[in-house]
Ligand binder design. Sequence first.
Ligand code: SF4
Ligand code: SF4
Length: 72
Amino acid sequence: MIVNHQLCLRCGACVGSCPTNSIFLHETAFIEFLPTCTECGLCAVICPVGSINGLSESSSDSGYELIQEAGA
Ligand code: SF4
Ligand code: SF4
């Protein structure tokens, strides 16, 4: 998962949405995804400005489909 830090509002909604507590909002408001992330896509769905994207460098097209299913 990757975050567009220019769009991010630092609202913290993604942190609360993560079932595996894999999102860490640093005091500097930099968002970090921990290795425990299962790429379930919930945080990307919950983000009010769509600043979280599932297309990390290691992800394939199927990873993007997973996010779409989570939002359905
Ligand atoms: S994709 Fe899922 S497991 Fe990974 S950080 Fe987002 S909500 Fe947490
Ligand atoms: S839900 Fe979106 S806007 Fe809010 S802190 Fe997370 S990435 Fe930033």
